[in-house]
Write a protein that binds this ligand. Structure first.
Ligand code: PAF
Length: 271
């Protein structure tokens, strides 16, 4: 496995990869959810490139960029185990050589609702870096987790609107046996908080069974130590609230940790 942190080295490695190339973009702190992405990437291509980059552009001023977990040695070991061909681990000045970019991708209306409303500018930062990493890695296929459903919808829209020559593939959310969706942030939960966090998946299942978000919302609101931000049934492309929508999304604070999750209503793999 090649590990490179400069653009020129990445380009040389990429030039040597023959056949179909898949990319999995990450911010590190890799867990089984990322391993599932890498395995799906292996199945869909001849070579897999992973990127590990904590993107400053997608963090708001009140979000602690410096506190984001950085576990590079363990991340590289996981990539090696999963048969990754090359890992790009650039420093911020490599991705943004002229400082914060003046020209950026904007997420449009999708960037202003739900996650976008809670985290202004977040999706512009995500789409800008994803666009740049697509240009730098030149993949045939890029895989993203269904767990970050609104991010995935934004990336699909960007690829379509800007005619980016890449296939986008969604990989289902990986859950612990008790339903907790895997997330780099789970490491911040105490044992009690982790128990309380299970209400999120229960609430999504409840909303699915009832066919409406209200019942799920009530479950989360009744859980001590959990502060609900939103639980909505939405249209899976626009993320507008929609009583017939194909997705239920939730965000809540458990202690000081903000968690998100979602469930696809007609997905036979869920439930
Ligand atoms: O999902 C993530 O880890 C990040 O938002 C991504 C797609 C790697 C962009 O920084």
């Amino acid at each position: 496995m090649r590990v490179v942190d400069e653009r020129g080295d990445l380009s040389a490695v990429r030039d040597g990869l023959r056949g179909r190339v898949a990319v999995v973009m990450t911010m590190g702190a890799l867990h089984e959810g990322h391993a599932a992405l890498l395995r799906a990437a292996r199945r869909s291509a001849d070579h897999v490139v992973a990127t590990i980059f904590v993107n400053p552009l997608q963090f708001g001023p009140a979000e602690d960029l410096d506190r984001y977990p950085r576990t590079l040695a363990a991340d590289l070991a996981l990539c090696e185990r999963e048969g990754v061909d090359a890992v790009f681990t650039p420093a911020p000045h490599v991705v943004y050589p002229d400082g914060p970019p003046v020209v950026r991708v904007t997420a449009g209306p999708l960037g202003a609702v739900l996650e976008g409303a809670s985290r202004p500018g977040h999706f512009d930062g995500v789409l800008t870096v994803v666009c740049k990493l697509l240009h730098l890695t030149r993949p045939d296929v890029a895989l993203f987790g269904q767990k970050d459903a609104q991010q995935l919808a934004g990336i699909r829209r960007m690829v379509r609107d800007l005619d980016l020559p890449v296939q986008v593939v969604a990989v289902p959310t990986v859950r612990e046996p008790d339903g907790l969706a895997l997330s780099s942030r789970n490491r911040y939960l105490s044992a009690d908080e982790r128990r309380a966090a299970l209400v999120l998946h229960r609430a999504l299942e409840c909303a699915r069974a009832a066919g409406d978000a209200g019942a799920g919302r009530a479950l989360v609101q009744a859980e001590p130590g959990v502060e609900l931000e939103y639980l909505e049934r939405v249209h899976g492309t626009s993320f507008a609230a929609d009583p017939d929508g194909d997705l239920v999304v939730v965000a809540a604070r458990v202690g000081s940790t903000r968690l998100i999750d979602n469930i696809v209503l007609d997905d036979p793999q869920e439930g």
